[in-house]
Design a binder for this molecule. Structure first.
Ligand code: AMP
Ligand code: MG
Length: 317
C-alpha cells in the first residue's frame, strides 16, 4: 500500500509479525495486541522511538510508560528484582501484572520511559502475538494503551484507528483483547512494603494473600502520575450505579439489567471487564447524549471496573 494517509492493518501471521518486528527494530511505532488492551509500541531503548509514542498519544511527559519484556532475563537487565518480585513473576508472568521496581543504574532504557523516576514498570505479556513480536524485535518495548491520552482504551484494531487515526501508522490485528482491562500495577518497596498503583485483572484480594496487607497506599497517587482522575473519557456525561434510565441515556447494563449494551448478562465480572471498553466505545459513538451504567459489584476484578468507570465519569474542571 502506498497511501500513508491511512493506518496499515497487518494480519498477525508470520509475515505480519515479521514486518511489525522490522518496523519496531528500526525505531517505528506499531499498535500491538495484548491480552489486556492494544498497546502503542516502540523500542524502549531509543529516545527517538519513545518520543513518537508521546507525540502520537498527546500524552503528558510526566506520565511514565510500561516496558514489555520477552522474559524475566530481559526484565532483570532493567529492574532490580528481589525475592518478592521473583515470586510474583513465577505466579503471574506472562500475564496482566505490572511490577514497579527500582531501575537499574545500567539499564538501557530511554529517560522518557520513566519520566525521570528512579523506578521502572515491567510486564511480560501473555498474548502469543505480542510474545512473538517481542521475540523477533529483540528489544524491550514501551507500550501504553493505543489511544489518544484521556480517551477510552482500545480492545480491537478498529478502536485504535478510531482514536489515533494515521498518528498510528501500523496496527497488528490480533483480534479482541481477552482481559479487556489494563494490567494491575503493583509497586514493591523496601522492607516488604507495597502498594497497588492501578487495580486490574489480578485482584487486590489475591495480592494481599501473597504479599500481606497493603502498605504505603497514601503515596500511590504521587508515584503513579499517570493515574489522572480524568481518563477513559467517552466524551459525554456518564452516570454510575443507575437503577433507572432516562430516554436520552445510552444504558450499559449488567446481569439482570439489560441495557443497550450488556457487560455480562450472567453477572460474570471477568466477562464484564472484557466487555467494558467495547460498551464504552459503543456508548461514545451512539446518538444518545448521555450514558448511564448499572451498578457493578466491587469484589475481585469489579474494583478495577469501578475504578475505570469512576474516571470515565470525571468531567474536566
Ligand atoms: P498505560 O501505559 O496507559 O497503561 O499507563 C501506564 C501506567 O503505568 C501509568 O498509569 C503510569 O503512571 C504507570 N507507571 C509507569 N511507570 C511507572 C513507574 N515507574 N512508577 C509508577 N507508575 C508507573
Ligand atoms: Mg492508557
Amino acid at each position: 500500500m502506498s497511501d500513508k494517509d491511512v493506518t496499515e492493518v497487518l494480519q498477525a501471521d508470520a509475515e505480519g509479525i515479521a514486518r511489525a518486528a522490522r518496523i519496531l527494530a528500526a525505531g517505528g511505532l506499531v499498535a500491538v495486541p495484548t491480552e489486556t488492551v492494544y498497546g502503542l509500541a516502540a523500542r524502549a531503548d531509543s529516545a527517538e522511538a519513545v518520543a513518537k509514542i508521546y507525540a502520537a498519544k498527546g500524552r503528558p511527559d510526566f506520565n511514565p510508560l510500561i516496558v514489555h519484556v520477552r522474559d524475566l532475563a530481559q526484565a532483570e537487565k532493567i529492574g532490580e528484582f528481589d525475592a518478592r518480585a521473583r515470586d510474583l513473576v513465577e505466579r503471574f508472568w506472562p500475564g496482566p501484572l505490572t511490577l514497579v521496581l527500582p531501575l537499574r543504574e545500567d539499564a538501557k532504557v530511554a529517560g522518557a520511559v520513566t519520566a525521570g523516576l528512579p523506578t521502572i514498570a515491567l510486564r511480560q505479556p501473555a498474548h502469543k502475538v505480542m510474545r512473538a513480536v517481542l521475540e523477533e524485535t529483540g528489544s524491550p518495548l514501551a507500550a501504553p494503551s493505543a489511544n489518544r491520552s484521556e480517551e477510552i482504551s482500545p480492545t480491537r484494531p478498529e478502536h485504535v484507528i478510531a482514536s489515533l487515526g494515521k498518528a498510528c501508522p501500523v496496527v497488528l490485528d490480533g483480534g479482541a483483547s481477552q482481559k479487556g482491562l489494563e494490567s494491575t500495577i503493583v509497586a514493591l518497596r523496601p522492607d516488604a512494603a507495597w502498594s497497588l498503583l492501578r487495580p486490574g485483572p489480578v485482584s487486590h484480594e489475591t495480592l494481599e494473600r501473597i504479599l500481606g496487607a497493603e502498605t504505603g497506599a497514601d503515596n500511590a497517587s504521587i508515584e503513579a502520575p499517570g493515574q489522572l482522575a480524568r481518563h477513559y473519557s467517552p466524551g459525554k456525561p456518564l452516570r454510575l450505579s443507575a437503577a433507572e434510565v432516562a430516554p436520552d441515556e445510552f444504558f450499559i447494563g449488567f446481569g439482570g439489567q439489560q441495557g443497550d449494551c450488556n457487560l455480562s448478562a450472567g453477572g460474570d465480572l471477568n466477562e464484564a471487564a472484557a466487555q467494558l471498553y467495547e460498551c464504552l466505545h459503543q456508548a461514545a459513538a451512539s446518538d444518545k447524549p448521555r450514558i448511564a451504567v448499572a451498578p457493578i459489584p466491587y469484589g475481585e476484578v469489579g474494583r478495577a471496573i469501578n475504578d475505570r468507570l469512576r474516571r470515565a465519569a470525571t468531567r474536566q474542571n
